[in-house]
Design a protein around this ligand. Structure first.
Ligand code: ADE
Ligand code: ZN
Length: 324
């Protein structure tokens, strides 16, 4: 099974580039930028990665991102992730980035996106991996601040496929971002959002009906509401599920109780992803492997999950066909 999971071509559809920041690279970049971090060793950092909930994790994740300053930093971060994709037979990846995590520290939007894009372009040439970018708004900030980010993104519009919504979910419902999502769609961005990770099913309804999202990041809590499940199936919308993330952030008590197989049995279109692999104990193949073991998934299930990852990618139909 391990060889089967490793060998099958896959796409990764839910991945935060800031969440791929491995402790070793964090130390290297902190050193070259002369920034101190509150840890003395890689082991100490890894020990700190114990989370009770999403907010617990976010506090550490934003802390780590503070050392990223230059275009080279964003290049190194992204290229290092893309090399891991190559090792795992991930052929296509849709990378989320959080510009506001950096612009609020006076790192320019252009610095962030230029480093990421250069790494994506080099990886396509050298490793044959295709990628596209999803610009995520931080939901703990205001809609007005999201509008500023939208404005800053416009010179790079042709390099950004979609907008997303991430960070602290509870207390920051999708409806808070109605206008900026409308404006983003007018600019040609595809609307996506995290919904139903910690927030209840009504947040997923809002993401569908108010933000008009085309894919749901996580969506676990949709399972609370049978009508919602039916509606997601009716709209042919996929869920980008992240098993190890859900375990690490205690969205599920353990993987044996993860709803992934129940979702598939209901007819939901599910994909498997790593979310923030440096923080949650595994890259995408590890996510496939651990959820396979916990839920006794068959090779046919794995095939379906991998196939969905291309079927529900944001690629043009003719490009998609190459993978299917
Ligand atoms: N930002 C990075 N990872 C996230 C997650 N799992 N949920 C919400 N925001 C995030
Ligand atoms: Zn996420």
């Amino acid at each position: 099974m391990e060889a089967f999971i490793k060998g099958i071509p896959k796409a990764e559809l839910h991945l935060h580039i800031e969440g791929t920041f491995e402790p070793k690279l964090m130390f290297e970049i902190a050193k070259r930028n002369g920034i101190s971090i509150p840890f003395d060793s890689v082991e100490e950092i890894e020990k700190a990665y114990q989370f009770d909930c999403l907010q617990d994790f976010l506090d550490i994740y934003y802390q780590g991102a503070r050392v990223l300053l230059t275009e080279q930093d964003f290049y190194d971060l992204t290229y290092s992730y893309l090399e891991k994709c190559a090792e795992q037979n991930v052929r296509h990846t849709e990378i989320m980035f959080d510009p506001q995590t950096h612009t609020e520290r006076n790192v320019e939007f252009k610095t962030v996106i230029s480093g990421i894009l250069k790494a994506c372009s080099d990886a396509e040439k050298r490793l044959g991996i295709t990628s596209l970018l999803i610009m995520s708004f931080l939901r703990h900030l205001t809609e007005k601040e999201a509008f500023i980010t939208l404005e800053e993104s416009l010179p790079f519009k042709k390099h950004i496929k979609a907008v997303g919504l991430d960070s602290s979910e509870k207390g920051n419902p999708p409806s808070k971002f109605k206008h900026v999502f409308e404006a983003s769609v007018k600019e040609g961005y595809i609307p996506l959002a995290h919904a139903g990770e910690e927030g209840d099913a009504d947040y997923v309804w809002e993401a569908l009906d108010i933000l008009k999202i085309k894919r749901i990041d996580h969506g676990n809590k949709a399972m609370q509401d049978e009508k919602l499940v039916e509606e997601i199936i009716r709209r042919n919308i996929a869920l980008t599920v992240c098993p190890l993330s859900n375990k690490a952030l205690q969205v599920v008590p353990d993987l044996q109780n993860h709803p992934l197989k129940k979702m598939m049995n209901k007819g939901l279109k599910v994909t498997v992803n790593s979310d923030d692999p440096a923080y949650f104990g595994g890259q995408v193949n590890q996510n496939y492997l651990e959820i396979q073991k916990a839920l006794h998934l068959s090779k046919q299930d794995i095939y379906e999950l991998a196939r969905n990852s291309f079927e529900y990618a944001l690629l043009e139909e003719d490009t998609k066909r190459k993978y299917l």
